[in-house]
Design a protein around this ligand. Structure first.
Ligand code: HC0
Ligand code: SF4
Length: 570
């Protein structure tokens, strides 16, 4: 242990602790922009400088270890003045158009500049410009980049994708796509993790809110919205509603006020996915020697982009089931339209997703099968949902709990937990058990696949047959798993992979809480909802049962194949 003094307070911390962490121990928060614990502690922004008694040079708190006897001041006159200059220098290379920035009000640079009372920038403004195809789901605005390098580190260390790189030197240092190629040609998975870790608005998702407002204003269009499981865990964060108050019912109420004609739940098609994917797994499992193992889930488009670019040899191991988002799109313009007596040509289907990659997925030709222009017309992230609610000045305190529209807002606890890492696997196992044994397991029988670990393995016995499963989240972990499968170190029957750490709850389209890892807490909300759900088994969803009785016949039927599955070539 080492003993030191920070702002006249005595602190004792384990050896190796940084000054930043030691200060936190006694409740002293040192301002910073680039720091991310264990991911980015390179002192790039120099905002966390502190004064060390006896040292002429100021030191960065994020990467200087606390040492015995240190006497530190985090707000001495010298620190104050230098910190202000450092932030002014960053601002001199920043476009500063806060009023038109997507991160206004949630930008760490804006907050620090305000906190430090910076009213002028006494340097020449040199913000660089760049050209970027703003039709792509992920957008970088070079003029806002503060060179904190967080995007590089998150993409390298967590996602193991190396999409970003540093170029230039000195004050010309900047970040660009590795190899200086257009982002469309890079292997970006569109996981959006670099966006949620950017402290400013240099990285953002394409904003499609105006297109939704246009559709809502068009009397010829019937607007139908689906809400992904994980959105309900975080939507309140973006409008200042606490965890307890931001219920799904209030979210439905907000969307009704925004003006959607029909408000439905992706959980309905998450349950449908389980019927299709679970049946596919069982069919393959019963003919094990004829098939390639393991079977991988296919509902996360970030993972699909990853496997196609990094491990194309595993593409044929993917389940052919479409994601719940695309299954909903397919149903919306076929069965749902017929059931509600609507003209499918007029339906404008919007998804609200915790995800950036879903914006790409809805355009993929192979998952559009209804013959309409698109099955899902448009995808908004949870952040865009917040902006839509704020744009309409909907008051959070006026929202009352309301229910989804009839029939297709029905989901089970199994469908709900899709939004947490391990949820798809657990839901699939609950129904697989039923399909094999003819009776339900205990709802929590497969809960070993829950939790925040990036790679979880388990074996479950069903009727005496062991089923080896793995659950992985984060693309760095996905790479490790695929390498281990290739080298024969591990083998599984069924594997769930989600691109974002913690699954969709930690998705790249969720509200941004700078530097905080929210996935585990948000995931717990879904498990809480599951534990009190009317049903916890996808095969019991009455809307799913009705869909099979009236339209699809049975899982893996010809019509199911046409609408709910996809060929794996792209
Ligand atoms: Fe997910 Fe999904 S669980 S990918 O994370 O499977 O985005 O929430 O909507 O489609 O249901 C995201 C979340 C979904 C889909 C579902 C799956
Ligand atoms: Fe890397 Fe994901 Fe960002 Fe693409 S979206 S650059 S894969 S972190």
């Amino acid at each position: 242990m080492v003993k030191l003094t920070i702002n006249d307070q005595k602190v004792t911390v384990p050896e190796g602790t940084t000054i930043m962490q030691a200060a936190r121990e006694v409740g002293i928060e040192i301002p910073h922009l680039c720091y991310l614990k264990d991911i980015n502690d390179i002192g790039a922004c120099r905002v966390c400088i502190v004064e060390l008694e006896g040292m002429e040079k100021l030191v960065t708190a994020c990467n200087t270890p606390a040492e015995e006897g240190m006497v530190i001041y985090t707000n001495s006159p010298r620190v104050r003045a230098t910190r202000k200059i450092n932030v002014q220098l960053i601002l001199s290379d920043h476009d500063g158009k806060c009023a038109t920035c997507v991160r206004s009000g949630n930008c760490s640079l804006q907050t620090i500049a305000n906190d430090l009372g910076i009213l002028e920038i006494p340097y020449e403004l040199i913000a660089e410009r760049n050209r970027w195809d703003k039709r792509f789901p992920m957008i970088r605005e070079a003029s806002k980049c503060i060179k904190c390098m967080r995007c590089i580190q998150v993409c390298d260390k967590i996602q193991d994708m190396q999409v970003w790189n540093v170029s230039g030197s000195g004050f010309r240092t900047t970040v660009e796509v590795s190899g200086n190629i257009p982002i469309q040609e890079a292997d970006c998975s569109l996981c959006g993790q670099c966006i949620t870790h950017c402290p400013v608005g240099a990285l953002r998702a394409r904003d499609d809110v105006d297109k939704v407002f246009e559709a809502l204003a068009d009397p010829e269009k019937i607007t139908m919205v689906q809400i992904a499981p994980a959105v309900r865990t975080a939507w309140g964060e973006g409008i200042g509603l606490g965890k307890e108050e931001s219920t799904t019912g209030k979210l439905v109420s907000a969307l009704r006020q925004v003006g959607f004609d029909y408000i439905f739940d992706t959980v309905y098609t998450a349950d449908l996915t389980i019927m299709e994917e679970g049946s596919e797994f069982l069919e393959k499992f019963q003919n094990k020697n004829d098939n390639k193992w393991p079977m991988f889930t296919s509902c996360c488009p970030g993972w699909l982009r990853f496997v196609r670019s990094q491990y194309p040899e595993f593409v044929e191991y993917l389940s052919t089931a479409k994601s719940p988002q695309q299954m909903f799109g397919a149903m919306s313009k076929t069965y749902i339209a017929r059931k509600l007596g609507l003209d499918p040509e007029k339906i404008f289907c919007v998804s609200i997703m915790p995800c950036v990659s879903k914006k790409f997925e809805c355009d993929v030709r192979q998952v559009n099968d209804t013959g309409m222009e698109k099955d899902v017309d448009l995808v908004l992230t949870t952040r865009e949902l917040s902006r839509m609610i704020r744009a309409d000045r909907i008051k959070a305190e006026d929202l009352k709990d309301e229910t989804f529209d009839e029939m297709f807002g029905q989901g089970t606890g199994a469908g709900l937990i899709f939004g947490a890492s391990g949820g798809v696997m657990e839901a699939a196992l609950r129904s697989a058990y039923y399909l094999i044994t003819g009776k339900n397991s205990k709802p929590d029988a497969f809960k070993r696949v829950r939790g925040p670990k990036g790679w979880k393995s388990s074996v479950f016995e069903i009727e005496g047959v062991p089923v080896h499963v793995a659950v992985v989240s984060g693309l760095g972990n996905a790479r490790k798993l695929l390498e281990s499968i290739k080298s024969g170190q591990v083998s599984y029957d069924f594997v769930e992979i989600m691109a974002c750490p913690g699954g969709c709850a930690g998705g790249g389209g969720q509200p941004i809480q700078d530097g905080a890892d929210m996935a585990a807490d948000r995931g717990k909300i879904l498990y809480g909802l599951d534990s009190v759900a009317d049903s916890r088994f996808s095969h019991e969803n009455p809307a799913v049962q009705m869909t099979y009785e009236e339209y699809l016949g049975k899982p893996l039927s010809k019509r199911s194949h046409e609408l709910l599955h996809t060929s794996l070539e792209q």
